[in-house]
Design a protein around this ligand. Structure first.
Ligand SMILES: N[C@@H](CCC(=O)N[C@@H](CS)C(=O)NCC(=O)O)C(=O)O
Length: 373
């Protein structure tokens, strides 16, 4: 689907995206816990393993000057965190490793009992910026769930969370929900999507949703890391992103919608895949609105195109002056419009909502300070 491997043919599907494949196999062969809370914990642990595993896998391809793991500050925050975790455990503090791992086990046994006490609004711990938390804000908002935000403002705030044992891998995002302190973005998103019925009706739909969500993450991470790119590499990075947007990711999603002709990506029903994709479309549009021009099922054509082509689909924000006729026999609405018009999402898109603006210099500096980069 995204012109990448691995691809696994299984049960009549051609699955891509490693995590989608693994989730499907784990579900099918009963290796994914007995309920959604166990599943969340299994997910937290396996994401921690993946973070470290990817660093090890990428070591042979890292440039020689980045091979020394004791120089983590040059690297993106997530990697730095996992390095801190490994070096602590392997260099001087085996107990720490046991304690850190023990935390997860403790979460598993004790937290269930705390569910009733702590039930209430989910609490989101992160800095006051988009980063990895924004997809979680979007998903909760689209599910119509109110949440509370506790902003990390200083390195000491982060240390406090770490020292009290709230961050299994010493990293945020962390979300307090249903008596658990969940870390690992994907584990958090999966839990919320399962809880609020945004994750398909069976394991096959879920596999597709995972596959699409992972495609969104791949492109989203490229965009998210752009502000961290050294100035002399920014143009090249931007070119690479635009190329991926127009030739790899958006055509794949447009093809899915065109292929089945339904309103949403999977099963004709709103799922987390639609919400993640629409969030991404807003970011792509911020980079360069023209990037969406050739994908009418994702984003409607603007007024100029409409009067030119006589096509009927409209962006909610488009002001039509001297508008052409809008009554065509079949008038497919773009996904961005459809999702943006859902009342809960509409509210989230209004000024004053918890949605965060694009990262600016000030924001970036604040994040660098907090994560001691
Ligand atoms: N795989 C993790 C990565 C989390 C991550 O990289 N978090 C960053 C902030 S966005 C962090 O806490 N960095 C501090 C550190 O790594 O020490 C996830 O998706 O949650």
């Amino acid at each position: 689907m995204f012109q990448q491997m691995p691809m696994v043919e299984i049960d009549g599907m051609k699955l891509v995206q490693t995590r989608a494949i693994l989730n499907y196999i784990a579900t099918k062969y009963d290796l994914y816990g007995k309920d959604m809370k166990e599943r969340a914990l299994i997910h937290v642990y396996s994401e921690g393993v993946t973070d470290l595993g990817e660093m090890i896998m990428l070591l042979p391809v890292n440039p020689p000057d980045q091979k020394d793991i004791r120089g983590p500050r040059k690297i993106v925050p997530g990697i730095a965190g996992a390095l801190t975790f490994t070096s602590r455990s392997s260099v001087n503090c085996n107990n720490k490793l046991i304690n850190t791992c023990g935390l997860g086990i403790e979460v598993l046994s004790q937290r269930n009992q705390e569910t009733a006490i702590m039930a209430g609004k989910p609490k989101l711990h992160y800095f006051n910026g988009r980063g990895r938390m924004e997809a979680i804000r979007w998903l909760l908002a689209a599910a119509g769930v109110e949440f509370e935000e506790i902003f990390i403002k200083t390195p000491e705030d982060l240390d406090k969370l770490r020292n009290e044992g709230s961050l299994m891998f010493q990293q945020v995002p962390m979300v307090e929900i249903d008596g658990m302190k969940l870390v690992q973005t994907r584990a958090i998103l999966n839990y919320i999507a399962t809880k609020y019925n945004l994750y398909g009706k069976d394991m096959k739909e879920r596999a597709l949703i995972d596959m699409y969500a992972e495609g969104v993450v791949d492109l989203g991470e490229m965009i998210m890391h752009l502000p961290l790119c050294p100035p002399d590499q920014k143009d090249a990075k931007m070119t690479q992103i635009k190329e991926s947007v127009t030739n790899r990711y958006l055509p794949a999603f447009e093809k899915v919608l065109k292929g089945h002709g339904q309103d949403y990506l999977v099963g004709g029903k709103l799922s987390r895949a639609d919400i993640h994709l629409v969030e991404l479309l807003y970011y792509v549009e911020e980079l360069d609105p023209s990037l969406l021009a050739n994908f009418p099922l994702l984003k409607p054509l603007g007024a100029a195109h409409i009067s030119h082509l006589g096509i009927c689909s409209l962006d909610p924000g488009t002001v039509m002056l001297g508008s052409p006729t809008l009554s065509r026999p079949h008038c497919p609405q773009a996904l961005k419009t459809r999702v943006s018009n859902l009342p809960a999402v509409k509210k989230f898109l209004q000024p004053g909502s918890p949605r965060k603006p694009p990262m600016d210099e000030k924001n970036l500096e604040e994040a660098k300070k907090i994560f001691r980069m």
